[in-house]
Design a protein around this ligand. Structure first.
Ligand SMILES: [Zn+2]
Length: 210
């Protein structure tokens, strides 16, 4: 989703070579946020805030100027992105949307959802782990996926779908669609960990009856 998160792409492409599947990648300038011009104004938005009207408005206002037309363009980007994922084909197979992201040390992590964290109210459950970096964590929207992953080495956060802040992120959109969503989030450069997380997720999803 974010064009500066290249560890996530490398980890996923390796997994796709071994297991098959499809990756949809946003390609831009290599920066996290997307920029575009309308008339004489330049607009900036976070692509992972474009999936609801409220989120698209907030990210434009946060990062630069706002206009109705720019808002329309951001929402059109989100629709084009969803078309590229091809949700209709997803609904025929295992109904699950997996995203991959990378984060910076000391910013967004599983701790953001724990007691006193910036996003505490957005999480229904958090399963911290002592031995692994909180920057490497699974973020899920369904209790069954939380249960599936919480016995492993990595931190797991379950989104509280009833009260989660409408920030326009794909996890919020997916919860509204009742489309199961799992984000495999790792620190920039944690390639080995992110590959291990994807392998662990696949192993757990392969368990019969899941
Ligand atoms: Zn990201």
């Amino acid at each position: 989703m974010h064009d500066d998160e290249n560890t996530a792409v490398a980890a996923t492409l390796g997994m796709l070579r071994r297991r098959g599947g499809r990756l949809v990648e946003v390609r831009h300038t290599g920066e996290r946020n997307l920029r575009f011009r309308q008339g004489s104004d330049e607009y900036v938005f976070d692509p992972n805030r474009a999936f609801t009207d409220a989120g698209a408005e907030a990210t434009l206002r946060d990062l630069g100027p706002f206009s109705k037309e720019a808002h329309g363009a951001v929402r059109a980007f989100a629709e084009a992105f969803l078309a590229a994922i091809d949700l209709e084909s997803l609904r025929e197979g295992p109904r699950l949307l997996v995203t991959v992201h990378n984060n910076e040390v000391g910013s967004y992590s599983a701790r953001s959802y724990d007691h006193g964290g910036e996003h505490e109210r957005d999480a229904e459950r958090v399963r911290p782990k002592r031995r692994t970096d909180p920057d490497d964590f699974f973020f899920v929207t369904e209790p069954r996926h939380y249960d599936l992953l919480q016995g492993g080495s990595y931190h797991v956060v379950l989104q509280d779908n009833d009260v989660v802040t409408d920030d326009g992120s794909l996890s919020v959109w997916a919860a509204r669609q009742e489309l199961p969503y799992i984000n495999v989030e790792a620190q920039h450069g944690h390639l080995r960990q992110q590959i291990d997380m994807l392998d662990f997720l696949n192993e757990r999803l392969d368990v019969p009856g899941v």
